[in-house]
Each structure stands twice: as C-alpha cells, then as structure tokens.
Design a binder for this molecule. Sequence first.
Ligand code: SF4
Length: 364
Amino acid sequence: MTLTGELDYRQYLRLGMMPHILCPGCGHGTVLKAILRAVHGLGLDRERVVFVSGIGCSSRLVGYVDFCSLHTTHGRPLTFATGLKLARPDLHVIVITGDGDGLAIGGNHLIHAARRNIGLTCLLLNNATYGMTGGQGAPTTPPGARSSTMRGGTIEADFDACQLVRGAGGTFVARGMTAAPLGLDELIARALAHRGFSFVEIISDCPEFFGRYNGLGRGPEMLEAQRRHLDEVDDVLAAKRVLPGLETPAGPHPARAHGVLHEEARPELSEQLRARGAMPAPATGRRPAGPEDASGPVGRASVTGQCEIRLAGAGGQGIVLAGLLLAEAAVAAGKNATQAAPKSSSATATSTIPAPIAWMSSSR
Ligand code: SF4
C-alpha cells in the first residue's frame, strides 16, 4: 500500500490532552505520527481500533489518540490486549510498549503472545533505556553504554527483540527506525494488515537520558547516529550475504537489519478457538438482559438455571485479580461471594482471607 498526501493529525488526537509530556527531540512523537498515518492510510474504522499500552514514555502515547484506549499496568498491555481480542476479534488491537515495559517486566507476555499467534499488533519503541523513570539500564542497553544505573557503562549483554519474537514463533516481525520516518508508516500498515501476531520494533531515541549519558547529542544528532548505523548495517549485510535480522554489529545505538524480517501465514488464535467451538460468538457490545439470555461472553445459562463463569489462564495473567474483581462486582450487585483459601496453606481458611475478601464474604 502507498500512503500519500497531507494528513491533518488533529482529527485523531485528543487535543484536550495537549501539551504532551515528551521531551524536545524525543523519537516517540515521530512514531505516533507514523501510527496515525498507517491507520488513516488503511482506512480503518476508528470505532474498531483500540490502543493498549503499559507504563513508560512510549505508553503515554495512547493517552493522546482519540480512539478507545487502555493505559494499563507495567508490563501487562499484552495480557489486557489478549482478553480484548478474544472477546472482540473484530477489533484492531494495537499495543504500544517500550523496551522496559515489553522486554523486561512484560517480556514473558511478549514471548507467549508471539507463540500463540493472537491477532494483535505490538509496536515496541526501543530507546535502549528506561526514559520515564530516569534513564536506568534496560535489557536493550548495549554493552558499554552508560545509564543511570551503570554510569561506567553496562557490563550486561543486550538482546535482539526481533530475534526473540521470531524464535517464539512470531509470524510477522519487522524493525523500523525514527531515523527513517518515511518508511515507518508503511511498515506499521503492513503489520496492521497481518492476520496473527505482528511485531514491529521501532528504534527510537531518548535524547534526555540515553543521548545525554552517552554523549550522543540532542535529537537531531541522535538521528544522524542512527542513520550512520543504518548505512553501516546495510553494508555489513551486503558484504556478508547473511539473512536479514541475523547480524547484530555493536554500536552505541544497536545497528540491526530493518524492514520486514519475517512473514508467514499461520492460523490466528481466536479464529482457531472459535472453529473448535471453544469460544462464544463475538460480543457485540450489547449488554445481556440477564442470565436467561446470557449466551454471550459473560456466561451461559446452565440447565439448573445457574449462570457459570469460568476464568482460565496461565500463571501471572491476573486470574486471581480477575476473580476478585468479579467477586466485588457480584457483591455490588447484591449477591454473595466467597473465596477458598489456598490448599497449601496451613492456616485456617478464614485467617488467610485478605480483608477485602472477608468483607465480600459477608452477606449484605
Ligand atoms: S525521557 Fe526520553 S523517552 Fe521519555 S519523553 Fe524524554 S526523551 Fe522521550
């Protein structure tokens, strides 16, 4: 697809949220424009586009877009997005995360989202540092680069996010750079058009911390450094005739192959679940009138007239929290709720129940 012409970005922005918090020269603004150009260029229905983010400077972007958006907890945007996509497979769910949010705290979720091939688009803005919290070292801080936690230069190894996602089974893996903004919108548009999990790592720049600590100058100078590495990696790949994405020369800003690194067709998770009858019909947004007609995703009426809701998932996905929220909702609706104590606990059931649950357990 070709994205051409002028775009009035204001139509997609929550202008009441301005001025934004990004520092002068921050690369994240460039990424935001590319995202909006991609959404606009594809002609997506804005009622069917949802942005989800975690915590960090990059995650603040979802607050500025005039779409439905979820600004969630640190490292967990992919878990919220997974639930959303399973409930509403008709939505374009776009996750905006950073290298700290998506590769450190939420790294496990990234691996499994790729493995499952759930139809989300994950845009990971990698500036090789924790910008929002003061320039601490991140999993992508290159060896030797200085951060607020390793002022003499990091001695830990970094890793290649694209290779990680590819290794986990990602079916669309790409890398872009704020130093090459004209191609970024098309890259994101291709990711959005992919059926299944699509991942785009975008090398962004944080002049405030990474640039300042490493003597790379302000925004324009950092972009120049990125462009030099862009040329450098093209030369390396051409000379060695290696597969794109497999070569990782060292540098103050990781110089790695860019463009679409991998693309394959594989069945998408929610489609497979529905084909097996393991999922209810997609929700329409309409609230069921009651348990009798609760055939949607909130539950099914059993032959006994009871409404059963089963929460399932893997460890760390917030299942216990989801149960607590459900119990709170039940109590708020005038019903009773109880919680069984963990079997491994040697204490009595009542003594292991946290205070909020003890409150919920008492009938109103
Ligand atoms: S701290 Fe860095 S990443 Fe955060 S807004 Fe400033 S320049 Fe951007």
